[in-house]
Ligand binder design. Structure first.
Ligand SMILES: NC(=O)c1ccc[n+]([C@@H]2O[C@H](COP(=O)([O-])OP(=O)(O)OC[C@H]3O[C@@H](n4cnc5c(N)ncnc54)[C@H](O)[C@@H]3O)[C@@H](O)[C@H]2O)c1
Length: 284
């Protein structure tokens, strides 16, 4: 199946990076968000990211301008016409299902619906979507423009043509697709849960400070410590993923989400995107 236009829904941390990845790979891209302010912010952030690539000599000014020009920013769902949609909206099943069903009404009968969910069941979502055979998971990592890995999650309903199209698209994006069975947290987020949860427990038990744990883990070879990483991901998203994996696995004590992180979420300390999380950031 030929893909010319890609719709990305949600212009936050992940959506804007996925949209830029698509645009840099030469696709017409539509970036949709309900919030005009989120679209404005995304435009500014993408311009900054492109400027950094130009300064580093990774991109010419002409290519950067071309990529940005190939992204149509919109808050009108009627403008969302594409051959594939990749959603990166809130980590809750109901809004994702409602969005895909709305898009199905507007688009061609071959259109593919890909979710960038970190933890929700793609199979359960597919069951509530008008065309379950066209639903797939495409789980990118943060920052989406830089991280190569994409977990490709199929369900018993996904057709081979949808899987092949999604796989080839990830190759066209110059990503490394990996096929995953649909299970809570897929592979990376399941393996990573104790990294976050045990670090939070150490702080709750007053055995170590956040800065100490981050320093030690980077010293041990991790690219980022858990607290800096949770601030990059967004504590609202990271906490939602922990809750979702915990619930789906039958609430094992070892994966109980952290009350400390819950407090941060409730007080709007979401990390880099809100200007404060475990650490303070100059500009949101
Ligand atoms: N943050 C990460 O590191 C990361 C990594 C991989 C996957 N994900 C997944 O990607 C998704 C988005 O995460 P994020 O960190 O980019 O979130 P975010 O909070 O940064 O951005 C979400 C955006 O979606 C918009 N939105 C909400 N409901 C919408 C709707 N119905 N239609 C259109 N736009 C809507 C919001 O206005 C916001 O701009 C989640 O499912 C998350 O689990 C996140």
């Amino acid at each position: 199946m030929e893909i010319n236009t890609i719709g990305v829904c949600g212009a936050g941390t992940m959506g804007r990076g996925i949209a830029l990845t698509a645009a840099l790979a030469g696709f017409n891209t539509r970036l949709f968000d309900l919030q005009p302010a989120a679209l404005e912010k995304a435009k500014g952030q993408l311009q900054k990211e492109l400027n950094r690539s130009i300064e580093k000599g990774k991109l010419t000014e002409a290519l950067a301008a071309q990529a940005l020009a190939s992204i149509a920013f919109t808050d009108e769902i009627d403008q969302c016409l594409a051959e594939i949609f990749i959603e990166a909206i809130v980590e809750q099943p109901e809004p994702k299902i409602a969005l895909f069903n709305q898009l199905a009404e507007l688009n061609h009968s071959d259109c593919i619906f890909a979710s960038n969910t970190s933890s929700l069941s793609i199979t359960q979502m597919a069951k509530s979507i008008q065309h379950p055979e066209r639903v797939i998971g495409l789980h990118f990592f943060n920052p989406a423009t830089l991280m190569k890995l994409v977990e490709v999650v199929t369900t018993p309903f996904t057709t081979p043509v949808v899987q092949q199209t999604a796989w080839k698209l990830m190759q066209a994006f110059q990503k490394t697709p990996v096929l995953c069975i649909d299970s809570p947290g897929f592979i990376v987020n399941r393996v990573a849960r104790p990294f976050y949860i045990e670090s939070l427990r150490l702080v709750e038990e007053e055995k170590a400070s956040m800065a100490q744990i981050d320093r030690i883990m980077t010293g041990a070879g991790f690219k980022m410590g858990p607290f800096a990483l949770m601030d990059l991901i967004g504590n609202d998203i990271n906490f939602a993923v922990s809750c979702s994996v915990y619930e789906q696995l039958g609430k094992p004590e070892r994966l109980r989400p952290s009350p400390l992180q819950q407090r941060l979420v409730q007080t709007g300390k979401w990390g880099q995107k809100s200007g404060e999380g475990y650490y303070q950031y100059k500009s949101a």
